[in-house]
Write a protein that binds this ligand. Structure first.
Ligand SMILES: Cc1cc2nc3c(=O)[nH]c(=O)nc-3n(C[C@H](O)[C@H](O)[C@H](O)COP(=O)(O)OP(=O)(O)OC[C@H]3O[C@@H](n4cnc5c(N)ncnc54)[C@H](O)[C@@H]3O)c2cc1C
Length: 264
């Protein structure tokens, strides 16, 4: 029976987020929060692995209280347990502090054979979490996984196909292993009414900075985060281009030359 962890993040729907031109900060007010889309693919891979080999999938998130909603979505889509790590002391956490809090809490829940992550988050999008989590869990890191081909619980190995720039690589790693999932083969399932209803009232395990044993205050939240973001701003838009449509290639060239004469 596999013990599987799936790390998920609730993110603002970035298509609707705007940046305050005065302060340079994100205007989150009124912007709906969603489960990070690539984490839905990771969850599907985790649930399909559980369905094939047996076991349990625990979803974990560090975020504000409202991130519970993302966890309920995961429970509806096949996760067995959900854990939220929420505390004001975790605010302003960068990836170093976030990966520290997640592994510290996860170690209280047991030993995990497989840890699934999305490829990156929609908002932070550093793509750093997986490697940091793998290091902290002392797990093999398998990034860009297209397919989980075989898990051998007794031999403590996993075989996956990974997407490379030049093709596909089939590779084997020892458990525990952390897998970041490509969305190609793992499309999130649509929950049925029964599981959706059950997810609304399911228990969600909560941890804060006081209930995770031996948490070092110097490694969490702002004090534990060497990354500082002084300003966020949209890229400056330069002059828009011009498409020449004078009626024929010859006329386009004449027009182009006359325009260039003006600038050279
Ligand atoms: C300077 C700075 C300040 C920040 N301040 C805050 C803050 O005040 N409040 C706040 O909520 N966030 C804050 N964040 C973001 C938060 O800490 C991120 O969750 C964390 O840094 C992950 O970075 P990312 O989004 O780039 O993850 P990526 O590395 O792009 O994510 C890869 C995968 O890791 C997993 N993952 C990522 N984040 C989480 C998470 N939180 N819980 C579980 N799994 C996760 C998911 O599977 C995801 O697909 C801050 C980030 C930075 C850099």
């Amino acid at each position: 029976m596999l013990n599987i962890l799936c790390c998920v993040k609730q993110v603002p729907d970035v298509n609707l987020v705007k940046i305050d031109p005065e302060t340079g900060s994100l205007i989150r007010q009124g912007v709906p929060s969603i489960l990070n889309p690539l984490d839905a693919n990771a969850l599907e891979a985790a649930v399909m692995t559980k369905e094939r080999y047996g076991g349990e999938v625990t979803c974990i998130t560090m975020g504000p209280d409202m991130a519970e909603e993302a966890l309920r979505e995961c429970l509806a889509a096949g996760a067995d347990k959900a854990v939220i790590l929420s505390d004001r002391a975790f605010a302003n956490a960068d990836t170093l502090a976030t990966s520290y809090v997640i592994t510290s809490a996860a170690n209280q829940l047991g030993q995990f054979d497989l840890i699934f992550c999305g490829k990156e988050s929609l908002d932070g999008a550093t793509g750093q979490m997986a490697s940091q989590l793998a290091e902290r869990f002392d797990a093999s890191l398998l990034s860009g996984v297209l397919t989980v081909c075989k898990v051998d619980e007794n031999g403590k190995t996993v075989i996956v196909e990974r997407e490379l720039e030049t093709g596909v690589e089939k590779t084997q790693a020892t458990l525990p292993a952390l897998i970041t999932v490509e969305k190609t083969n793992y499309h999130p399932r649509i929950p049925n009414l029964k599981s959706w209803k059950a997810s609304r009232t399911a228990e969600i395990v909560r941890y804060n900075s006081r209930t995770i044993p031996d948490l070092d205050p110097a490694q969490i939240g702002d004090p534990g985060s060497p990354t500082k973001v002084p300003r966020t701003y949209p890229p400056e838009v330069g002059e828009t281009g011009m498409i020449l449509q004078e009626g024929s290639p010859e006329k386009d060239v004449d027009k182009l030359l006359s325009l260039l004469e003006g600038v050279i």
